[in-house]
Design a protein around this ligand. Structure first.
Ligand code: PEP
Length: 289
């Protein structure tokens, strides 16, 4: 019955931190988490390369104002604007109920890497998350799993959470290779981590054929892959770590289909592209969780 005792721990201190896992908790706290099945839910907006500064400010303010009126339980909202708007976003976030994420980093603290942004620079701006391994970066910038593993390490070194994207392209799904593709991405990008570090990672399953296409994975397809990824984590680490890992779905998720996707037992929220660019739609997605 030790879980009763831990009701006196200030759980919110741990849950509200960007690096949100429970690695620093006493065993009793871990038991409470297990008992209540409290893995964190997240809705993250990936704005990609969109919006002027004024439009970004307007959108962030609308979302922040609306979030002031919404009670979120064990749910984090993360906005990932273009890098130039991060400082403005973190200023607003300071007094609001959302976290700020970046869309990319370079995996070095500093140096001769023209045009790049280091994790230290983001950390200084209070950034809590960073999208890693998005299919657009894999495709247009030739980012390999090996390189992504370095980015993951660089973020964790500075206490920021990677939102690690994985997912197959259409020909891979049609050839029934989607499980092996996702396995390689997860194994090569993440499974070098010791368990304590891994517990700070968020995974986003984003079938590439669903990103920006208006074609969403069915709830069955999403659930099947999320359960599969959770199984991989249990095999590499342990059941508790698998159960505690937040796994998001991404790919044409919108205010019409979010509720049924999020209702799947292994879908813990979404990484939202296009639908995160309109406050009303994004807020409906958040409240579908
Ligand atoms: C994304 O780019 O991560 C994404 C999920 O995009 P969309 O929601 O527009 O498909």
């Amino acid at each position: 019955m030790d879980w009763l005792v831990v009701n006196f721990f200030p759980v919110h201190r741990y849950i509200s931190s960007p690096v949100h896992r429970f690695t620093c908790l006493p065993d009793t706290q871990t038991n409470l988490t297990k008992y209540l099945n409290m893995r964190k839910k997240i809705v993250a907006g990936n704005w990609k390369m969109n919006k002027s500064f004024a439009e970004a400010e307007e959108l962030i303010t609308e979302i922040a104002d609306a979030l002031d009126e919404i009670e979120l339980t064990n749910t984090e909202v993360v906005l990932c604007p273009p890098a130039l708007y991060i400082e403005m976003a973190t200023d607003v976030a300071f007094e609001s109920n959302f976290k700020v994420g970046a869309q990319n980093i370079y995996p070095e603290d500093a140096g001769a890497f023209t045009g790049e942004i280091s994790p230290l620079m983001l950390k200084e701006l209070n950034v809590g998350y960073c999208i890693i391994g998005h299919s657009e970066r894999r495709k247009y910038f030739n980012e390999t799993n090996e390189f992504l593993a370095r980015k993951v390490d660089a973020l964790l070194k500075h206490d920021m959470c990677p939102i690690f994207c994985c997912g197959e392209v259409l020909p891979e799904r049609e050839a029934n290779q989607h499980f092996s593709v996702v396995t390689s991405q997860v194994v090569e990008g993440l499974f070098h981590l010791p368990v304590e570090a891994f517990r700070n990672v968020v995974i986003a399953y984003e079938p590439v054929w669903a990103i920006g296409t208006g074609v969403t994975a069915t709830k069955e397809q999403a659930q099947e892959m999320h359960a599969f990824i959770r199984g991989l984590i249990a095999g590499k680490y342990d059941e508790q770590t698998a159960s505690d890992t937040t796994i998001l779905y991404g790919g044409s998720c919108n205010d019409k289909n979010a509720a049924e996707l999020f209702a799947q037992p292994d879908v813990d929220g979404g990484l939202i592209g296009g639908a995160s660019l309109k406050s009303e739609e994004f807020l409906k997605i958040i409240t579908s969780l």
